[in-house]
Write a protein that binds this ligand. Structure first.
Ligand SMILES: NC(=O)c1ccc[n+]([C@@H]2O[C@H](COP(=O)([O-])OP(=O)(O)OC[C@H]3O[C@@H](n4cnc5c(N)ncnc54)[C@H](O)[C@@H]3O)[C@@H](O)[C@H]2O)c1
Length: 430
């Protein structure tokens, strides 16, 4: 099938390449010209394991092309997917300006019937707005349907997730659109769930909100563990063995971050409120997450007493391992909180340094963890990169001014750190 993907970011690029791998004829278009040029020249604009290899394969097959002209690429496509960003606007609502712009441009380009798919995460009822916007801009006589096919891939395992989605949700207005989308996903072995458009939109927001709730829940439990002598890791294990609860997303730490959870929770709470329901549970989930970031700084304060002029090293800047994405990364928040108290922050990350520096231009970056910790009064482990797991505690201790570690992801073994002479704090472990 001829497929156009509008927005060649984390979702669009991976989705487009995966569909091309399945034999579809895919064009990824983006309004960011330098990005398009880079892709045309064979470059890969993001760090995502397996993506360079996937792109190399489909580029060779000739089934994946790039461009910047959305209208031209939409013309002749049977499926047009919108994978543009949907950040939070200043009021906390989803900023749908990119979706609106994409919908208008796609409409002007359509020449034959096409299914226009919302793959971006959007509040319930956005499909209706997309349809009305397109109706005003489409050429007379050209038919189209608007469907919702939310994306559940995770950065860091995006390629794997796109090849084998946990589920394929098709929110469709009629059987005609359903047929087209079923053909698009022919050969995928994942369960397919067909719903109306509103339900599909809601499934995505509800899923992310539920996952964030799990994280905040275990973080709240971790605080109680710290006050009572219980061990949150064992508590989580004991809970997770219950199949009704499940072990995933029950890891206590500095809280969630990334481009999705915070903004999707905010947008979900906002649309709920607009629809006349105050989703107070979500507000509490957000509050616990914010407190967890502040708590990491409090642990440092407990160890170092005064933070002013203390040298603090952050290990890990990406919001999670195996990505270079620093959008809403806890590291940046912790760095700013520390600076506000007069601490001197230095950091290391295996891949996300450049993107973090774009957000915090005067961030002091080191080439490796030991250089980052040289002369430091404390190390804070913020992202649980596998490379940090085997750090040499003795070597680390030798280069530091004071032997203090705050392990905000419970990556290390407390007894090993203490045996090396560290004052070691982690989350919810005695
Ligand atoms: N990143 C994830 O892990 C993930 C997972 C599931 C769902 N989502 C959702 O998918 C959507 C995209 O997320 P992302 O992380 O890929 O974003 P991204 O910022 O990486 O990519 C979006 C791309 O769209 C382009 N764009 C914006 N407006 C455009 C327009 N009018 N025409 C053409 N291109 C345009 C941008 O230049 C950018 O390259 C969001 O709604 C997000 O919530 C993201």
């Amino acid at each position: 099938m001829k497929v156009t993907v509008v927005g060649a970011g984390y979702v669009g690029l991976v989705t487009g390449a995966t569909l091309a791998e399945r034999g579809h004829d895919v064009t990824c278009v983006d309004s960011d010209l330098p990005k398009v040029r880079m892709l045309e020249a064979g470059g890969v604009p993001i760090h995502e394991p397996g993506l360079p290899e996937l792109l190399a394969g489909v580029r060779k097959s000739g089934r994946l092309g790039f461009g910047a002209d959305v209208a031209a690429a939409a013309g002749g496509a049977e499926v047009v997917m919108m994978t543009v960003g949907t950040p939070t606007d200043p009021q906390g609502k989803a900023d749908l300006s990119s979706v609106e712009a994409a919908a208008r441009t796609i409409a002007t380009g359509l020449r034959d019937y096409a299914v226009v798919v919302e793959k971006s995460t959007v509040p319930v009822r956005t499909g209706e707005r997309v349809r009305r916007t397109m109706e005003r801009n489409v050429r007379p006589g050209v038919e189209f349907d608007v469907a919702s096919n939310p994306e559940f891939l995770r950065e860091g395992t995006a390629v794997e997730d796109a090849r084998k989605p946990s589920r394929i949700v098709l929110g469709v207005p009629n059987g005609r659109a359903e047929k087209v989308l079923r053909r698009l996903y022919e050969g995928f072995e994942s369960p397919i769930l067909v719903t109306n458009v509103e339900t599909a939109e809601m499934i995505k927001h509800a899923s992310n909100a539920f996952l964030a709730t799990k994280i905040s829940f275990v973080n709240a439990v971790s605080r109680l563990c710290e006050k009572s002598g219980a061990n949150v890791e064992e508590v989580a294990r004991g809970m997770g063995l219950d199949p009704r609860i499940g072990a995933q997303f029950l890891r206590a730490g500095v809280g969630y971050g990334g481009s999705c959870f915070a903004k999707d929770l905010e947008a979900f709470a906002e649309i709920a409120s607009q629809l006349g329901y105050e989703f107070r549970l979500l507000r509490e989930v957000q509050a616990v997450n914010r407190e967890q970031r502040a708590h990491v700084v409090e642990l440092l304060r407990q160890e170092l007493w005064v933070l002013r002029e203390k040298r603090v090293t952050l290990l890990g800047l990406a919001f999670k391992p195996d990505t270079d994405d620093v959008r809403d990364a806890p590291s940046l928040d912790v760095a700013q909180r520390l600076r506000a108290e007069g601490a001197i922050v230095r950091a290391h990350d295996p891949v996300a340094g450049a993107k973090a520096k774009a957000m915090l231009p005067d961030l002091d970056l080191a080439a490796d963890p030991y250089a980052a910790a040289d002369g430091a009064d404390a190390v804070v482990l913020v992202t649980e990169w596998p490379a940090y797991k085997g750090l040499d505690f003795m070597r680390l201790r030798k280069v530091m001014r004071q032997p203090v570690i705050v392990d905000a992801r419970n990556l290390w073994d407390p007894s090993a750190a203490r045996a090396a002479g560290f004052h070691y704090r982690s989350i919810g472990r005695p």
